[in-house]
Write a protein that binds this ligand. Structure first.
Ligand SMILES: [Zn+2]
Length: 479
């Protein structure tokens, strides 16, 4: 099946042809780590994870690079506020990023380069831009000369003249033109700085992504991802810088939609219930991942507690269906009465439904990673399977081939999306009362309320079940 990708550069869905037929190169703009990760960040990274997993599902090896911006104005300002070393602040938030990413089952990127570890590469890149006549030094800073790059605006579709008159641009007396942007910033008193041919300073924001992406992926690579809010100026600037030293830079530009709260772009300043710690105290990581995968990644998503509750009930519907199927599949008496052949018309129809769901799932993902439609195909299969199980309440009455095939399609497909990867361990049917206790214990654990969590564990054990904790959640079994 051929994969199609919506390429922001051309505004079209295009058939995907990686430069190297077996290996895809992908760069994703990572976090600026002045604060803890929030839901808006995780939407971008779950979207990138979806793309990565689907590429792997379609047989590609993926070289995935995602940076950390670990020095910039916001980090310096925050560190000064807190009386902290910017390095310590950045590392603390990098640790929090990994905690959240692991909880959400985001596969680790191949590389996570940091700005502070690439200063020499950045200086060399800037020097190349100066030598090529696309950048100039003024007052200890270095600026990209936007007027020297005629195709500036090609990604965002903006016109230089319009930008000049309308866009609110950082004013600096050293710039030749208001549109020029900083590649290197002369350091101010008390700020972290590095020596350079232009004096002590630090990199501007945009240059790091050009340097780190091309260093590890080559001057031209396949995919570049990030949120829609990065298209201008960040990606436009990355593109100008990178093409100015050679190469096409990026072959397919992909941007995820943003998370909206009553029409407002979510940012650090919009209050609580956005920080991952707060969200994960109320919802299990799998429900959060499920919510973030439910829409098409390119669309804007509405975010509220109500939407999260809706996601939880849909997720629970799927979980209960899987649980029932797992119990049937594990039953030693499965199919004893029905025999080895699939002889019932309902069984044959359900086998066909399973094949249809699998095809629809694959087609949806091949069509620009449409997880929304892919999940809808699986829910449709669950809906169609329900009457079959209702009519055959005992395992001997079920047809083994039907049970196994429906199980295989659902579990295999959900695993592609990084969902229900650990359900196998669940074993037998767990009474709702025990599940409720387990859910409350998970919440207590995420809120680091260990006393309550321990008390709930004891209560669960006293009712004949054991709890096993593992990364991203826990599993209940009959003792
Ligand atoms: Zn970037």
């Amino acid at each position: 099946m051929k994969l199609k990708i919506y390429n922001h550069m051309t505004g079209k869905k295009e058939e995907f042809e990686p430069l190297d037929p077996s290996r895809v190169t992908m760069y994703v703009c990572g976090m600026t780590v002045q604060d803890r990760p929030h839901m808006g960040h995780m939407l971008a990274f779950v979207s990138a994870d979806l793309i990565r997993r689907v590429l792997e599902y379609f047989g590609y090896e993926v070289l995935h690079v995602q940076n950390f911006t670990d020095i910039d104005d916001k980090i310096i300002a925050r560190a000064q506020e807190e009386g902290q070393d910017p390095k310590v602040l950045a590392q603390r938030n990098i640790d929090r990023f990994f905690e959240a990413a692991d909880a959400l089952h985001i596969e680790r990127a191949t590389l996570y380069p940091k700005v502070t570890e690439h200063i020499e590469d950045i200086i060399a890149f800037i020097q190349r831009l100066i030598d090529a006549g696309h950048a100039y030094e003024a007052g200890g800073s270095v600026w990209f000369d936007v007027r020297s790059w005629p195709s500036y605006g090609e990604l965002s579709g903006r016109d230089i003249e319009e930008l000049e008159s309308g866009y609110r641009i950082e004013v600096d007396e050293n710039k030749r033109d208001p549109l020029d942007f900083a590649l290197w910033k002369a350091s101010r008193e008390g700020e972290p700085s590095w020596d350079s041919p232009w004096g002590p300073g630090r990199p501007g924001w945009h240059i790091e992504c050009s340097v780190m992406s091309t260093k590890y992926l080559g001057e031209t690579f396949d995919l570049h991802g990030g949120g829609r809010d990065l298209i201008f100026p960040h990606h436009e600037n990355e593109l100008a810088q990178s093409k100015a030293v050679g190469g096409q830079f990026v072959r397919y530009w992909m941007h995820n939609g943003l998370l909206n709260l009553e029409g407002q772009k979510m940012s650090k300043s919009t209050g609580h219930f956005f920080a991952m710690e707060d969200v994960l105290a109320e919802f299990s990581p799998e429900v959060v991942r499920f919510y973030l995968l439910r829409g098409h990644f390119r669309n804007q998503m509405e975010y509220s507690r109500e939407r999260m509750e809706e996601a939880r009930s849909a997720y629970e519907r799927m979980r209960r269906a899987l649980q029932r199927i797992e119990v049937s599949a594990a039953d030693p008496h499965l199919g004893e009465e029905s025999g080895p052949e699939v002889s019932s018309p309902e069984g044959q129809a359900l086998l066909e439904s399973a094949e249809r769901a699998k095809t629809a799932f694959d087609e949806a993902l091949a069509d620009d990673f449409n997880a929304e439609a892919a999940l809808a195909a699986l829910f449709e299969l669950v809906r169609e399977a329900n009457p079959y199980w209702v009519a055959r309440p005992e395992a001997p009455q079920l047809e083994a081939e039907v049970v196994h095939r429906v199980r295989e399609v659902l579990r295999g497909s959900l695993a592609v999306l990084g969902l229900f990867e650990s359900l196998e361990a669940g074993g037998g049917e767990i009474p709702p009362e025990i599940e409720e206790l387990a859910r409350r214990r998970e919440e207590a654990r995420r809120a680091r309320d260990w006393a309550t969590a321990d008390a709930l564990r004891e209560e669960i054990q006293s009712k004949g079940y054991t709890v096993e904790d593992h990364a991203g959640g826990s599993t209940i079994r009959p003792a």
